[in-house]
Ligand binder design. Structure first.
Ligand SMILES: NC(=O)C1=CN([C@@H]2O[C@H](COP(=O)(O)OP(=O)(O)OC[C@H]3O[C@@H](n4cnc5c(N)ncnc54)[C@H](O)[C@@H]3O)[C@@H](O)[C@H]2O)[C@H](O)CC1
Ligand SMILES: [K+]
Length: 499
């Protein structure tokens, strides 16, 4: 099962692996044509009703496979308004090959005729909101026609991101009064067959239609390996306000000063709106001196202990995510305080460094993202393996046992909650230098304040490694952790963009 939004990420990741979207479209169109051929003999009337996005593009491809039929290719809209390059190229290929095409810009002119099969390729997973004209009129005509309706990917008007169908009406001025009443007009196109791509979409199984999943050649790696597509949900709403992008509390320091500071600065670079550092007062001035953008909340003394718990709890409750561990050290009273804090916390925390060893023995309602390297993983009772595939399986099993998210660092970073496993392949041997893990913990904290935990951890691993790759590309090895900070914002942006 995959949502439309996740599908768009996977699709972008496939492109980054070298499997271009246009290749996928060729498979999609072929699969749609196959579904038509199974249901009608050559010569039968087949009308393709095409929208201006890639859903329509799939049908332009299908048309090349269906020339033996009584074919009509109807584009809803002017060809200049086709929204994507690859759909336009496939439209132009039909024109160049003199495959007959039609355009319909005014819903009053829409005439479906009397085909044996209608291919509904108006809108796929890119749709938002109720159907507009001329799609609304065309949808009503398709529902009224005495034809087998084959929908491309999803019935047009169906919301593949919600659990169920879009609930707004596609009423057309002339045809809204359906004899089954308003509800029929409120539904997406009433498909007989849905040829959906790559994986089942939520809600399709509830439709009264035959749903087939077509494999369009997306490699498994486009889902497993974190890629630029995973950055899509980080795009910001221009209307956003301070606080919309998360407030992060870093709890760290005492024996060490650099670690909590790096984590906190990384969280700012990863887009958190506010980052506060709760650290022993012995290092508070030094932490503040590193970066005027940080807010420091000193805790009495020179290391974390149980006397700080009340203060920590009230601070934690005011933040979207906590990063717990960088530079805390492993004094008994500190680890005890970490355990007690987690035991009473029910928010989201990234746990790193010495704090990790506490996790297996703590009973907590919190959502934890644990970021061990392989040595720390063994310290927690987990197993590792040299082969990354084996390691991924072991990490998934251990995450399931813990009931938490693991981000196990290595040449291939493995992220899992026991159900979903992702692998980050960015990074380089220069990153074994001290402090890069603190940066990763901070980035993870910032992302965990707005994203699902597995996605946050996966994107953090990807971006941290990518920042390291950018630094090495510019300067060669001799990388230091602070080199990553300025590069985090670039590493969190998809500079390749969309096709
Ligand atoms: N990996 C894959 O699954 C592949 C899927 N493909 C197909 O691409 C579509 C998604 O394409 P996209 O271009 O993102 O969007 P759509 O074609 O669904 O629609 C965009 C189109 O529709 C207009 N629009 C948006 N909302 C409305 C509305 N309420 N009423 C009318 N029109 C609307 C918008 O302006 C655009 O013009 C996916 O479903 C697959 O079919 C590719 O084959 C690649 C591989
Ligand atoms: K469709």
């Amino acid at each position: 099962m995959i949502t439309g939004e996740r599908m768009a990420m996977v699709d972008r990741n496939a492109a980054a692996l070298g499997v271009a979207r246009k290749q996928l479209m060729e498979s999609s169109g072929g699969a749609v044509a196959g579904a038509v051929r199974e249901r009608a003999e050559p010569g039968a009337g087949v009308t393709l009703v095409c929208g201006r996005g890639n859903n329509g593009g799939d049908a332009f491809v299908a048309a090349r496979f269906l020339e033996a039929y009584g074919l009509r290719v109807v584009l809803l809209g002017r060809p200049e308004t086709i929204t994507t390059r690859i759909a336009r190229e496939n439209w132009e290929a039909l024109r160049a090959a003199e495959v007959p095409t039609e355009t319909c810009t005014d819903s009053a002119d829409f005439d479906l005729g009397d085909p044996d099969v209608v291919v509904d390729a108006m809108l796929g997973t890119g749709v938002s909101g109720a159907l507009r004209e001329p799609e609304a009129t065309a949808a009503a005509a398709i529902d009224d026609a005495d034809a087998t309706v084959v929908s491309v990917d999803v019935p047009s008007g169906f919301d593949a991101d919600a659990d169920g169908a879009a609930d707004d009406a596609h009423e057309s001025p002339g045809d809204a009064a359906d004899d089954t009443g308003d509800d029929a007009a409120a539904a997406p196109v009433d498909a007989d067959v849905v040829v959906t791509f790559h994986d089942e979409k939520p809600g399709l199984a509830d439709l009264d239609a035959e749903v087939t999943v077509a494999d369009i050649g997306i490699p498994d790696g486009a889902e497993l390996f974190v890629g630029p597509g995973d950055l899509r949900p980080l795009a910001r709403d221009p209307e956003s306000h301070k606080g919309d992008h998360g407030e992060v509390l870093v709890v760290g320091g005492g024996p060490y000063t650099g670690a909590p500071t790096l984590a906190a600065r990384a969280a700012l670079r990863a887009g958190a709106d506010l980052v506060r550092v709760a650290c022993p007062e012995s290092i508070a001035r030094e932490v503040q001196g590193f970066d005027e953008g940080l807010i420091v909340r000193p805790l009495p003394g020179d290391r974390l202990d149980a006397a700080h718990l009340d203060r920590l709890r009230s601070l934690a409750a005011e933040h979207d995510a906590v990063v717990l561990g960088p530079g805390l050290g492993d004094a008994d009273e500190t680890l005890e305080a970490v355990g007690e804090f987690l035991g009473g916390y029910d928010g989201t925390a990234v746990v790193d460094a010495d704090a990790l060893q506490v996790v297996p023995r703590v009973d907590t309602a919190a959502t934890l993202i644990c970021t061990p390297h392989q040595g720390e993983l063994r310290g927690m009772g987990g197993e590792t393996a040299a082969d990354w595939r084996e390691r991924a399986d072991l990490v998934a099993e251990f995450a399931a046992d813990l009931g938490q998210v693991l981000l196990v660092k290595g040449a291939y970073d493995v992220v899992s909650d026991g159900e979903t496993t992702r692998v980050g392949r960015t990074g380089n041997p220069g990153m074994t230098v001290g402090g890069t893990g603190d940066v990763l913990a901070g980035v993870t904290g910032a992302l965990a304040s707005t994203q699902e935990p597995v996605h946050a951890a996966a994107v953090a691993a990807y971006a941290n490694g990518r920042a390291g790759d950018m630094a090495v590309e510019e300067n060669g090895y001799g990388l230091v952790a602070t080199d990553l900070l300025d590069r985090i914002p670039h590493a969190l942006r998809d500079e390749g963009g969309d096709e």
